[in-house]
Design a protein around this ligand. Structure first.
Ligand code: GLA
Length: 387
């Protein structure tokens, strides 16, 4: 971390003359243990923050302009805080721009800043690089303009920035966990009430392993929004038939069996995924509380099957990565994580088998696809902070 900070300060100095009086904010990526595509229908999720993060070095510049140098893209870009839309083409600028806009729309007056940003969350890999950028900038704007905005509001504003300025009508999971995560705990979040429980999640005996398929399918954004619309259709269907049902979270598998024959495909399958996934996520939180890794692993693998067959957000590389993992010794469970259509899997692996697991998984996956995958052990880290 010290090295990353030093490099970030050097980049800031190069772009803006010197790095005196800079404030550094940090926001983590996340990996979701289970509870996939449940957050936007009031459901449950169980993510952790990881030690991959976005860092922003920032200094107020006394103007109404935000000047940003991106270390990853080796590009500089600017916008005026009074602008309604971006003139610059840089795609990455949408996130800091959107975050500024939603804070302003809430009535906050922002100061211009100079900023350098750097991240090591794999882009588009399902580990929530975009929420990390939004949250890191939200903290930077608040620090620059001396705003005291509570974390729940920040999570909600950053979610709005993602949907209004990056075009993905996402749920609250990523921004929430980036702000509320605690080291050595998984965050069991109720996305309706926006309340959470920190569930202890640390053991040397069992490790969480992220494996990046190396593929990113451009479908991710458009298909995401389609899934969400299908869920809304399904929720309206059930709400018309069952008293007290407001969203898919209020349903049980039996409701799908009882009423499902009148629901068109694929809305039926989408609803079945969400409803069974909520049940799995609650069971997984309980398994984690009881340190029952066998049960947790079974639930994770069942989640993948459901995402593959009912929700149809996997792809052949994700399915292959999970299939290979299941053949290897010491694996309790494995599944895709994040939005899908490429990106990463997460596997629950016995501690003493982790090294062999990583090597064998990489070898077999590369033999089948020609892609050498990045594989790394993750642990639960703290949420966003000012360093
Ligand atoms: C993306 C979204 C989240 C969530 C996941 C799927 O990461 O940003 O809100 O819906 O996909 O679980």
């Amino acid at each position: 971390m010290q090295q990353r900070i030093a490099q970030l300060r050097a980049a800031f100095s190069k772009a803006f003359g010197n790095a005196r009086n800079t404030t550094i904010t940090k926001a983590p990526g996340r990996v979701n243990i289970i509870g996939e595509h449940t957050d936007y229908t009031d459901g449950y999720v169980l993510p952790i923050a990881i030690d991959r993060s976005v860092l922003v070095a920032m200094r107020p510049n006394g103007s109404s302009t935000v000047n940003i140098h991106s270390v990853n893209y080796d590009q500089s870009a600017s916008f005026d805080l009074s602008a309604e839309a971006l003139c610059e083409n840089a795609q990455w600028l949408r996130y800091p721009f959107g975050t500024a806009k939603v804070l302003q729309a809430r009535g906050h007056v922002l100061e211009g800043i100079d900023a350098a940003v750097e991240g090591n969350v794999p882009l588009g890999g399902g580990l929530s690089s975009s929420a990390a950028i939004e949250v890191a900038f939200a903290l930077a704007y608040c620090a620059a303009s001396k705003l005291d905005v509570d974390r729940l509001t920040l999570a909600q504003l950053c979610r709005t920035a993602e949907s209004q300025y990056a075009g993905v009508n996402c749920g609250i999971m990523d921004q929430y966990v980036a702000l509320f995560a605690e080291k050595d705990h998984a965050l069991f979040l109720d996305c309706r009430n926006l309340t959470h429980e920190q569930v202890p999640c640390r053991t040397d005996a069992v490790k969480l392993v992220v494996s990046d398929t190396g593929v990113r399918h451009s479908l991710a954004g458009s298909e995401y929004n389609t899934r969400r619309a299908q869920c809304e259709r399904g929720a309206a269907f059930f709400a018309r038939r069952i008293d007290g049902v407001r969203n898919l979270r209020d349903l049980a598998s039996e409701d799908v069996n009882t009423f499902g024959q009148d629901l068109e495909s694929p809305v039926l399958e989408r609803c079945r995924h969400v409803i069974t996934e909520n049940a799995r996520t609650m069971a997984a939180a309980q398994a984690l509380r009881q340190k029952n890794v066998y049960q947790l692993g079974v639930l994770m693998s069942a989640s993948h099957e459901s995402l593959k067959n009912d929700y149809e957000v996997t792809c052949k590389e994700l399915d292959l990565m999970v299939d290979i993992a299941h053949e290897l010794p010491g694996v309790f469970g494995s599944r895709m994580t994040g939005g899908g259509f490429g990106g990463c899997t997460i596997s629950l692996v016995a501690g003493e088998k982790v090294d062999d697991f990583g090597k064998a998984l990489a070898k077999k996956y590369e033999a089948a696809t020609g892609i050498s995958p990045h594989i790394y052990v993750v642990a639960a880290e703290n949420g966003a902070e000012i360093l």
